[in-house]
Design a binder for this molecule. Structure first.
Ligand code: FE
Ligand code: FE
Ligand code: ZN
Length: 286
């Protein structure tokens, strides 16, 4: 089935996000675990979380994705900054264990001149400390556009990080593919989607892909800019998104919009994409 949602604000709590998602026609959503630029977090409200869990079960809202604050940098230049990132992420992930099936997405980081190899080492090190074997929450590395010194600018860099995660943690780590970011990184999802996904499968493995951020891009292939655009209004265009959401390798994954929209704009994009999704008739899907 088609699972689609958008980015929502956590300011009114979990149940409020669930209700908002439903009102927009979404059956999943993403939110920032805390202020994206800061580190403050509200005390955990068990009653609100319980109410949300019941509401989500009742309305088939699933595969909710929590996004780490993007100010964190797990491969920062100082031990102190790297430790601060690990502490915040650890607090977020422990909290997510309360929910039945959580996913936690983060930007791998920026090596800030230390070099890609060093960055990859720090990120793998963070994952090996963050993940407790046996946890439920799956931690996702986001594919990046390659602006500045970002690590995760190609599938090889992400594969190198995954390879350094210890075997007992492996099933708790995956990838979130951002369509704007990979186009900006130079992967031609617009005209060569099959090839891009074959490359992903060969280098990382499609079984490691858990989620897709659906964003058009303000910039052309390989621009390394990371400026999201509304669906159909950017370089990728509506036809690309129709191919992406219907592709055999992607169609059963959850899709999250991070386009520059207000809530009504998101509702419109959700309606548009739902109308473009073709049910798989062989499986009796509707
Ligand atoms: Fe992101
Ligand atoms: Fe994204
Ligand atoms: Zn982005």
């Amino acid at each position: 089935m088609f699972r689609i949602g958008c980015h929502l604000s956590m300011s009114k709590g979990y149940l409020a996000m669930g209700k908002e998602a439903l009102s927009l026609g979404a059956n999943t959503f993403q939110y920032f675990s805390r202020n994206p630029r800061g580190s403050g977090v509200k005390p955990f409200d068990t009653a609100d979380a319980d109410a949300f869990i019941a509401f989500a079960a009742e309305h088939d809202i699933r595969k909710v994705l929590t996004h780490a604050p993007y100010i964190l940098n797990s491969c920062a230049a100082t031990e102190e900054l790297r430790k601060a990132s690990l502490e915040i992420m650890t607090e977020d992930v422990r909290r997510l264990e309360y929910f039945p099936e959580a996913m936690y997405n983060f930007h791998p980081g920026a090596h800030v001149g230390q070099g890609t190899e060093a960055g990859i080492g720090f990120i793998a090190d963070l994952l090996n400390r963050l993940i407790v074997p046996g946890q439920k929450t799956v931690v996702l590395l986001e594919t990046m556009s390659g602006k500045g010194t970002e690590v995760g600018r190609d599938f090889e860099e992400l594969a190198s990080i995954l390879e350094r995660v210890t075997a007992d943690r492996e099933k708790h780590v995956g990838i979130c593919m951002d369509t704007c970011h990979i186009s900006d990184a130079g992967y031609d999802v617009k005209d060569r989607l099959d090839e891009v996904l074959e490359t992903f499968d060969r280098v990382i493995g499609l079984s490691r892909l858990y989620a897709v951020h659906l964003n058009d891009s303000k910039n052309p292939l390989g621009a390394h800019k990371d400026r999201h655009e509304k669906i159909g209004e950017g370089f990728l265009g509506t036809g690309t998104f129709s191919k992406i959401i219907n592709h055999a390798a992607l169609r059963d994954l959850p899709f999250y919009l991070e386009t520059p929209q207000d809530l009504q704009g998101y509702a419109q994009e959700i309606r548009l994409l739902s109308s473009l999704y073709q049910p798989d008739e062989a499986s009796g899907e509707r």
